[in-house]
Write a protein that binds this ligand. Structure first.
Ligand SMILES: NC(=O)c1ccc[n+]([C@@H]2O[C@H](COP(=O)([O-])OP(=O)(O)OC[C@H]3O[C@@H](n4cnc5c(N)ncnc54)[C@H](OP(=O)(O)O)[C@@H]3O)[C@@H](O)[C@H]2O)c1
Length: 290
């Protein structure tokens, strides 16, 4: 039995679809969801349902009983994630799960000085807990979802003619979320992934300068790249009414990109996907038109 957490989210949903597509029988998959209502789509497909919440330890132990492989999709509540992830790993151990595949994150700096420390801390600790648990693991250091690049570029880029982001000349090796999910399904159905850590990145990194040039070429509108200081950027976003939490997230990710935190290039994803991941150019072609 393969249990997928986050089965109502983008990643978990895609992973289950790929498992089904790759021949895993629906009755060999369990979707962990937080409510009965959220279970309907999977129930219709014949996928088992387990109701569980990362905040509720006993619910996880019950859900994980009889599970051989656990696809542990990291939680989305950053403030509560550390305690939630501890629950997941402990429950997996108590329930006798044989393998955990964990969606971690890309980084270079593993100290508190990382601009992404607020995100990093719980991932690093979770990886440690998983390794200490003695359960066979596969850790996926997922780069930035390419799907989020247009948000960093700015939705009004064609009107403003400016990509405005304090990412300097930093490069990022973003990948499409759906391709990460597909490769993850390949790991769950394949072998030889025991106790491995994979760098799930694209095969080429790119800068926002290159993105601005690409959008110009693609649309015929001139787009410049401007990299302000982080403080200037925060003030500008505040002036446009962006909520403080969102300003914090955008700024820390931009600064991380400036510092090369996400500039890791590896063939791991390509090898496991069995093809070259979608490039930034191919993706931007689907987003921006003449
Ligand atoms: N690499 C990147 O660029 C990047 C970017 C964003 C996020 N991430 C990470 O990747 C994960 C998956 O991405 P995604 O796009 O699939 O996110 P998503 O669509 O927001 O899905 C998150 C999933 O986690 C579930 N969840 C949240 N809190 C939970 C709890 N307390 N107990 C049980 N389940 C809980 C949600 O369930 P409900 O439907 O019940 O809320 C949902 O199914 C995120 O959660 C985050 O950790 C990575």
């Amino acid at each position: 039995m393969i249990l997928v957490t986050g089965a109502t989210g983008h990643f978990g949903t895609a992973a289950i679809h790929f498992l089904l597509e790759k021949g895993v029988k629906a009755n060999q998959i369990t979707a962990l969801v937080r409510s009965e209502k959220a279970a309907n789509e999977w129930r219709k497909k014949g996928v088992h349902i387990a109701i569980g919440d990362y905040d509720n330890y006993p619910s996880l132990v019950t859900a994980f009983k009889g599970v051989e492989k656990l696809l542990f999709v990291s939680g989305s509540d950053i403030g509560k994630r550390l305690a939630q992830h501890e629950n997941v790993v402990k429950a997996a151990k108590e329930a006798g799960v044989k393998q955990i595949v964990y969606t971690s994150f890309q980084r270079r700096n593993e100290t508190e000085t990382s601009p992404l420390w607020i995100v990093a801390q719980s991932h690093l600790q979770t990886e440690k807990w998983i390794k200490e648990s003695g359960i066979t693991y596969t850790i996926l250091k997922n780069n930035l979802y390419m799907d989020f690049v247009p948000a960093f570029v700015g939705e009004n880029v064609l009107q403003s003619g400016v990509v405005y982001l304090p990412a300097q000349n930093g490069r990022v090796s973003a990948v499409l979320r759906v391709e990460l999910a597909e490769a993850t399904a390949n790991i769950l159905v394949g072998g030889n992934h025991e106790n491995k850590v994979y760098e799930f990145t694209n095969t080429e990194s790119f800068s926002y300068q290159e993105i601005a040039s690409f959008i110009s070429d693609r649309t015929g509108k001139t787009v410049h790249y401007v990299s302000p200081s982080p403080a200037e950027y925060e003030q500008t976003l505040a002036k446009y009414g962006v909520p403080p939490d969102a300003i914090g997230v955008f700024t820390s990710f931009a600064v991380a990109q400036a510092q090369g935190e996400l500039d890791v290039v590896s063939n791991d994803l390509q090898n496991i996907l069995g093809r070259t991941p979608t490039s930034i150019g191919a993706f931007l072609n689907t987003v921006y038109k003449k």
